[in-house]
Design a protein around this ligand. Structure first.
Ligand SMILES: [Zn+2]
Length: 274
């Protein structure tokens, strides 16, 4: 009974957020809108309905790599997409971080191998094999003729942040260390640390990157990394200067807000307190 009431309240909250979101600017709509883009025959980006997802498949139908598994209906759409790639696939899942909108679909892939930066109850999948990628470590995953590199770039949006680099496609999937053209989500109790976050961007410099798939927001080019870093560096420089902050507020006026969660004001408040 209590469970039913809790689910009812959760449903109401989701409907409310959905309603607010419809009026909250173009970049934020893809939190709830699902789009699928094929970048080549074996590589698809599934934007929205939770965090963004990258699916790299083997043309022989033996293995598949899924970066983040969305939540609710988005997770089910992802499952259908993967099922269409072949039966008896070896499924490798990367959870860039434990948040529910990136890990909600884990349980739809029993027997998968899950690469994660931290063991967390948000990563439920009893039959999964867990590979823990520690800070500074990199783990290769072979998918057909491709190799994906899964690296833990340390503390940023959460305590551990996994990114995935595909050298052949020069593509980087960043998880929530990049909210592209959206004010980032900052949660002190879940590990957000701005200094370490800025440093995480620096660790990406050695890779040739053409395409960036952020945790939220549209597919972007490599400038998305510099932009995300500059966001924090510039705001930090302006923290004690109201005029500078006003200029920055204008500079980032077209960035999306996640209703009740992220905004320019929220970023300034977080950085002043931490
Ligand atoms: Zn997140």
């Amino acid at each position: 009974m209590i469970k039913k009431i809790l689910f009812g309240i959760l449903g109401l909250i989701i409907v409310l957020i959905l309603y607010i979101t419809i009026t909250a600017g173009p970049d934020i709509k893809n939190f709830f809108t699902y789009t699928s883009t094929d970048l080549d025959d074996n590589l698809t980006v599934l934007l929205g309905y939770g965090g963004n997802t990258v699916v790299l498949s083997d043309p022989d139908g033996k293995e598949v790599l899924i970066v983040d598994t969305k939540v609710f209906g988005g997770a089910k759409k992802l499952k259908s997409h993967v099922e269409a790639l072949g039966t008896n696939l070896d499924v490798f899942i990367v959870n860039t971080h434990p948040h529910f909108d990136h890990t909600g679909g884990n349980k739809l892939f029993p027997g998968a191998t899950i690469l994660t930066g931290e063991k967390d109850e948000m990563i439920p999948n009893e039959s999964a094999k867990i590979i823990l990628v520690k800070q500074g470590e990199e783990y290769p995953v072979v998918i057909g003729a491709d190799t994906a590199f899964v690296r833990n770039v340390g503390r940023a949006h959460t305590y551990n942040s996994l990114v995935v680099y595909l050298p052949k496609q020069q593509l980087l999937a960043t998880g929530d260390i990049i909210f592209h053209h959206i004010h980032p989500a900052l949660f002190r109790e879940e590990g957000t640390d701005i200094d370490s976050w800025i440093n995480a961007f620096n660790t990406l410099a050695e890779w040739q990157i053409k395409t960036v798939v952020p945790g939220h927001g549209k597919i972007a080019d490599k400038n998305a990394i510099g932009d995300a870093k500059e966001y924090f560096v510039s705001i930090r420089k302006g923290l004690d200067n109201p005029q500078k902050l006003e200029e920055l507020k204008q500079r980032y006026a077209d960035y999306g807000n996640v209703p009740l969660a992220t905004s320019f004001k929220n970023t300034v408040k977080f950085m002043k307190e931490n």
